[in-house]
Design a protein around this ligand. Sequence first.
Ligand SMILES: Cc1cc2nc3c(=O)[nH]c(=O)nc-3n(C[C@H](O)[C@H](O)[C@H](O)COP(=O)(O)O)c2cc1C
Length: 234
Amino acid sequence: MKKIITMICGMLLTAMSSMNAKTLVVYYSYTNNCHDIVQTLSSQIDTDVMRIEPADKTQKYEANGYAIGTKLLNAIKAAPNDAASYPAIDPVSITDLTPYHTIIIVTPLWWSQMAAIMQTYLFHHGSEMAGKNIGLIVSSASSGISGVVNDCKRLVPNGKYFSENLWINNSNRSNRSTMIKNWLTSVNYNSLTAIKTPTTKSTTTHNYYSLSGQRLSQAPKRRVFIANGKKVFR
Ligand SMILES: Cc1cc2nc3c(=O)[nH]c(=O)nc-3n(C[C@H](O)[C@H](O)[C@H](O)COP(=O)(O)O)c2cc1C
């Protein structure tokens, strides 16, 4: 009976170790570059996906030299701890982040910062991501992403960040599939998201014999004997 239970437990643990803990990709996209990135990403990993939408769909963020984007970001900069500084977003489709061990944030860069709409989502939900693995993918035309990384760390201060962020820009966008694949490998995505199984107590049984070949019920205290085919001195 004991042997059967041990066998079943072993089989269950083996099955569990090949499963991955859940991942959520959360993103915002105005001109669909981030949307394309998310489609490529979700063809490579098993993930739930949630798109953040602004409440006001009429805004043309690129108009007048990106004036609206600038105005939104300046309001956040002036009072980053005030909810009223952030542009309103639609209610989100996934409200419970508990099942997700890993969250990958995919966002456009606006004026070297995180796009304001994405900031709104993280302002309200970043604290729920404490202790979770956090990946960050940023899409820009050409600007470097350090400002976006800083925004992310301000809004998700207690995330366990991947060892690297991924920056995709106009010059390498067409190569995104390979870039994402290499990034997932270099941050060790598979082992980050693997369910950790408890180590089972060793069930190895030892066979002890005296030098004359007589089987012993336990390891002798102080003499020469054979254990698992090897001579042991005590
Ligand atoms: C308001 C606004 C400001 C932007 N500012 C910058 C910038 O400073 N540097 C840059 O390289 N790209 C900038 N961009 C371009 C976007 O970062 C880039 O096109 C990105 O791929 C857009 O992602 P999306 O298509 O998912 O919205 C800006 C775009 C907008 C709408």
